[in-house]
Design a protein around this ligand. Structure first.
Ligand SMILES: Nc1nc2c(ncn2[C@@H]2O[C@H](COP(=O)(O)OP(=O)(O)OP(=O)(O)O)[C@@H](O)[C@H]2O)c(=O)[nH]1
Ligand SMILES: [Mg+2]
Length: 687
């Protein structure tokens, strides 16, 4: 469909737990709309969406993939996302580009941890959503119960729009009813239809009155109410499919094209703008109006073997033509978009214009980065996206090059991989000086290592990284240092008295420096030198060489010499006086705590909870899922769960999985602090 308008677009993201059938469903939609000739399978590694070698090898989507389909006078942009918890970053990012969320549920395994997580996110992002129970044949005996569990878990607004029939091999339509077809395997078309109408008319008083007055409402009126109810979250349609058999996909396409909102009807995605220099940041909603200035939001960055860096963005307002110049994020200089593409999995089709709601991609623009706002002249001082919250990755590995001298290449390659993945971080740890990569879980980093090899032909050795502790103090104390150097030539003199005290735990600042002197005991020009000395010690640490935080330093007295006092003298005096005060302020080591989310067959819950408690962890909650699975949420010190993957595998015979993300810092127990301090070898000081 060469020419379509914003009202014809439907942007749907498919989310849900791993192996629920999202990629296969997209493949089936492409096949049933004749967008592709033959349907591929995940097993054969020839689907449109799982095109990366690692995806074929693992038979799981590892990135989000965009395809477009023209059907029923609509342009459907479908975004397939990974369901494996380690790759949640990609799924989260893709949600920002959608106007409606399709939550895919495996009929056999039911509600799993990513099912909950993505449904929670869709609701928090105020996105219309519908549930697709896939593999309906497999779970045919438990479908009625599953519908009940979905309603209990996600709300009574979840209502079937079709029902399985003929033993799960066919479906009966319940919203747009049809005469033909076998009766449903449970409930009835009448009851389901009634329940839907009762639900959707509730959003409009007049409609409700007319309906309760016995008036027959037209299918247009009901369709419009259905769409509005979805946008309000007052209706969450449930539908049944078998992506493998191609059953129920026609109803899915119906729901998407006739009942899901176009970008004009959808709930606009908020941005944060500053209208004038120094003004407050405020929320701003773009209008899906082609006459307004262009605004787009980058939700996916990928390295393409042919065109290099490919950035996909959703157009939220205005029009874009290839050759236009745009501003990217905070950059001031405009960039010209020479070529624009529409995506079809790994393939990209050149296009020359984009309207509000469109999802397009551009290549080879270095300034493009994940979450960037691309825009025309808006007249705002600044604009940024109201980002989708992403977990802070905590599963770390220290990397070293297998081949000497490849460290530089490895850093470059990992930095490029980090550009593509909002939850993959790579840096040289300023404390432990190790090259550390961090992801959400073990599989996440294993895939990164595979990509290093397959894309950059680089190999690394890995090891658990050293824990990046932090240091702080627990009580107020005073410190003093008199620095005096008379070694022939220019002397040095500076004397500092200062007080340290812990900052309030909820303080936003990690450090505060105050000049509390009076009567010129320390000339003002030397205060920055004292602060510089104190900041050097903050970086070096006073306990075991880890950066310090949560401290307020107040210089309250000192002495200077009209000749010998100079910056270097007060830097040293500041440093030593601070170290002296810290040594009396009961210094503590802080260790990072992580939130663990462990998915396990419920039989192993006992072992897992006691194991976590044995690792100084605290259980925060357990959730029983359908299919005999359970989710255990806990907090634990990172130091105790560095090699948790192997233990969990052993405890659950490989059936458990977990994710971990940063939670907070906590003082280490005294015995741990003693061990870390004992292992610490302070570096020689130069002064
Ligand atoms: N029996 C049956 N199997 C299906 C159906 N849909 C998908 N599958 C199979 O389920 C497995 C997982 O399918 P995928 O499409 O990869 O699932 P996914 O949700 O994309 O998984 P992730 O990419 O890991 O998130 C594959 O072996 C599919 O062939 C279905 O309707 N019926
Ligand atoms: Mg997939």
């Amino acid at each position: 469909m060469a020419d379509y308008a914003t009202r014809d677009i439907r942007n749907i993201v498919l989310v849900g737990h791993a192996a629920s059938g999202k990629t296969t469903l997209v493949e089936r939609i492409l096949e049933s709309t004749k967008t592709i000739g033959r349907m591929g399978t995940v097993e054969d590694g020839n689907t449109v969406c799982d095109y990366e070698p690692e995806e074929k090898a693992h038979q799981h989507s590892l990135n989000s993939a965009v395809v477009h389909v023209d059907f029923n006078n609509c342009r459907l942009n479908l975004i397939d996302t990974p369901g494996y918890p380690d790759f949640v970053g990609q799924a989260n990012a893709a949600v920002a580009a959608a106007d409606a969320v399709c939550l895919v549920v495996d009929s056999m395994r039911g509600i799993e941890n990513m099912t909950r997580r993505m449904m929670r996110l869709a609701a928090e992002e105020n996105l219309p959503r519908f549930i697709c129970i896939n593999k309906m044949q497999l779970g045919k005996d438990g479908l009625e119960e599953l519908v009940e569990q979905l309603r209990e878990t996600f709300g009574r607004e979840c209502l079937p729009v079709n029902l399985p029939s003929a033993g799960g091999t066919s479906i009966a339509r319940c919203f747009y009813r049809t005469a033909e077809g076998a009766p449903p395997d449970f409930s009835s078309v009448e009851d389901a239809h009634q329940a839907l109408i009762d639900q959707v008319v509730e959003i409009d008083e007049q409609l409700m009155e007319r309906y309760l007055g016995g008036e027959e409402l037209s299918s247009e009126e009901l369709g419009a109410a259905f769409k509005k109810a979805m946008c309000m979250g007052h209706l969450v349609p449930i539908l049944f499919t078998s992506a493998r058999q191609g059953v129920g996909v026609d109803v899915l396409l119906d729901v998407v094209t006739r009942l899901c909102p176009s970008p004009e009807e959808a709930n606009p995605r908020p941005f944060l703008v500053r209208k004038s220099e120094g003004g407050d940041e405020e929320q701003w909603l773009p209008a899906a109006d082609p006459s307004k200035p262009f605004v787009g939001h980058v939700f996916r960055v990928a390295a393409d073997p042919f065109v290099g860096k490919l950035a996909a963005f959703r157009v939220h307002q205005g029009m874009l033509k290839s050759g236009d110049s745009v501003v990217i994020g905070e950059h001031r200089k405009a960039v010209r978009l020479a070529h624009m593409f529409q995506l079809q999995g790994k393939d990209h089709v050149e296009c020359h214009k984009a309207v509000p709601g469109d999802i397009v991609a551009v290549a080879k623009i270095d300034e493009m980065h994940y979450d960037a706002v691309v825009h025309g002249e808006l007249g705002f001082e600044t604009i940024r996206a109201k980002s989708i919250p992403q977990p802070t990755p905590m599963f770390g590995l220290a990397v070293t090059a297998v081949k000497r001298g490849e460290e530089g290449k490895i850093s470059q390659a990992l930095i490029r991989l980090a550009e593509e993945d909002p939850t993959f971080k790579f840096d040289r740890d300023s404390t432990t000086h190790e090259m550390v990569m961090r992801g959400i879980g073990e599989l996440h980093l294993r895939v990164v290592i595979e990509r290093l090899k397959s894309r950059f032909n680089l190999e690394v050795n890995t090891a658990p990284p050293k824990i990046a502790y932090k240091e702080t103090i627990s009580v107020k104390a005073e410190g003093h240092h008199r620095h005096k150097k008379q070694t022939g030539g220019a002397g040095q003199f500076g004397e500092v008295y200062l007080r340290v005290e812990p900052l309030p735990p909820d303080s936003e600042e990690t450090f505060e420096f105050v000049d509390d002197t009076f009567g010129g005991s320390v000339p003002k020009q030397f205060m920055p030198a004292i602060e510089k000395g104190v900041r050097q010690m903050l970086q070096l640490g006073c306990v075991a060489g880890y950066p310090m935080q949560g401290i307020r330093v107040a210089v309250y007295d000192g002495k200077y010499h009209p000749v010998d006092s100079k910056e270097v003298a007060f830097i040293t005096a500041g440093k030593r006086a601070f170290a002296d005060a810290v040594s009396k302020a009961k210094p503590r080591l802080l260790e990072p705590f992580v939130t663990l989310e462990v998915a396990t067959p419920s039989d192993y819950m006992g072992d897992i909870t006691s194991d976590i408690m044995g690792r100084r962890g605290r259980i925060q909650g357990t959730d029983m899922l359908t299919g005999g699975m359970a989710i255990i949420t806990a907090e634990a010190p990172l130091a105790e769960v560095m090699s948790y993957a192997a233990s969990l595998k052993a405890m659950t015979q490989g059936t458990g999985s977990y994710t971990m993300e940063y939670s907070h810092d906590e003082p280490t127990p005294a015995h741990i602090q003693a061990e870390v301090v004992a292992a610490y070898k302070p570096k020689e000081e130069d002064d």
